[in-house]
Write a protein that binds this ligand. Structure first.
Ligand code: PGA
Length: 253
């Protein structure tokens, strides 16, 4: 079964020199059978690393809802495609923290899919919800999906592929310091997400990735679960050797 491993470079890469040196490490990455890996640099460095990532594909961390026109600061889907991105992360909790709503996330996802970008749509509950128990977390994530996942009609008209990243907000690391969910809980959540999508998108079977403090030491536990179709990796993707080990863990499953 295919596994998708997505590197979210966030703003850890702060200069062109940083982006080029990380890309150089990525260019030597060996890709096991059945694994696809994507690097998502800050958008101004997409063209910098284009063609320099070896077997690793290229994506972006966010996209605007707007199309060409009077939208100061907007990076549109067409700009991303032009720059060479194939994937885009949408609805990351660090964007949602800037007041991005489910409705906006859903509109962005549909817009990007229609234009031909492959979308990694992020969902996940904050700590206060998780403290109420796993049922509350499941309900929270199901609502996020209900309010943002594309319809079957929309997917039928779309050129891009959809994947969902389940990232419990409280598990996402700050500069590499964080705590993962358990692989069992993540797999239970992936099962519920898959069941929701099987109803809404019967002709598609989007992969469900896990994200949140994943690294080479714990990746195998998560990736061994058949329900978990890959990983969204933040801080641990800053080191090409570490990222290779996570890819290898996906390959041996
Ligand atoms: P992390 O980030 O791996 O550093 O926890 C994951 C993410 O936010 O996508």
């Amino acid at each position: 079964m295919k596994k998708l491993i997505v590197a979210n470079w966030k703003s850890y890469v702060g200069s062109e020199a940083d982006a080029l040196s990380l890309a150089e490490g990525y260019s030597g990455i060996v890709m096991p059978q059945g694994v696809e890996a994507v690097a998502c640099p800050p958008s101004v460095y997409i063209e910098t690393v284009k063609g320099k990532l070896g077997r690793v594909k290229l994506g972006a961390q966010n996209v605007s809802l707007e199309d060409e026109g009077a939208h100061t600061g907007a990076v549109t889907v067409h700009m991303l495609l032009d720059a060479g991105a194939q994937y885009v992360i949408i609805g990351h909790s660090e964007r949602r923290a800037e007041h991005e709503t489910n409705e906006e996330v859903g509109k962005k996802a549909k817009h990007a899919l229609a234009a031909g970008l492959d979308v990694v749509l992020c969902v996940g509950e904050p700590e206060a919800i998780r403290k109420q128990g796993i049922e509350a977390a499941l309900a929270f994530v199901t609502t996020e999906l209900a309010e943002s996942a594309p319809s079957a009609e929309h997917m039928a008209r779309s050129k891009g592929q959809l994947a969902i990243a389940y990232e419990p907000v409280w598990a996402i690391s700050k500069d590499g310091v964080g705590r993962t969910d358990t692989a069992e809980n993540a797999a239970a959540m992936a099962t519920v997400i898959k069941a929701f999508l099987a109803q809404q998108l019967p002709d598609h079977a989007p992969l469900v990735l896990y994200g949140g403090s994943l690294n080479s030491g714990n990746a195998a536990q998560f990736l061994a679960k058949p329900e978990i179709g890959g990983a969204l990796v933040g801080h641990a993707s800053m080191n090409a050797e570490e990222f290779q080990k996570i890819i290898d863990a996906a390959g041996s499953k």
